[in-house]
Design a binder for this molecule. Structure first.
Ligand code: NI
Length: 136
């Protein structure tokens, strides 16, 4: 019997979206306010969902306590109060869009959980804008 367990989290971080090959106007045209040169912050929110068989010994798909610690170590410590472009090596040359960040978060968690568990992460950059990734 399979079920999905989810935990929400949040971090505040700065970023700037731009393409080095484009001039300022083209960057503003494509990325809007997110292209402003001096960076800006977002209060990111996310939902980490793990799907798998319910372990009959524990009644758990995955320990929510372990998930809480995993999220803190692999997501919050890395991102909270950071400048994503400057502080996280992956984003030195990858645009820190919601899509690219959610894939990065997925990889951070995926490498720490059993391969027979399915993982899906939803990342909200704003209340209305969000991206999802499940590894497919
Ligand atoms: Ni932005």
């Amino acid at each position: 019997m399979k079920a999905t367990i989810s935990r929400k989290g949040h971090f505040s971080a700065a970023h700037r979206l731009y393409n080095v090959h484009w001039d300022h106007n083209k960057n503003i045209e494509e990325f809007g306010k997110c292209a402003y040169v001096n960076y800006h912050g977002h209060n990111y929110k996310y939902i980490v969902s793990i799907t798998g068989e319910i372990n009959p010994k524990t009644g758990f798909v995955f320990s929510i306590q372990k998930l809480k610690n995993l999220i803190r170590e692999e997501i919050d410590v890395l991102f909270d109060h950071k400048n994503i472009n400057v502080d996280i090596e992956k984003f030195y040359d990858v645009n820190p869009t919601t899509e690219n960040i959610v894939v990065f978060l997925w990889n951070q968690i995926k490498k720490k959980i059993s391969s027979n568990l399915d993982l899906k992460i939803t990342l909200y950059e704003t209340e209305n804008n969000f991206a999802e990734y499940d590894g497919s």
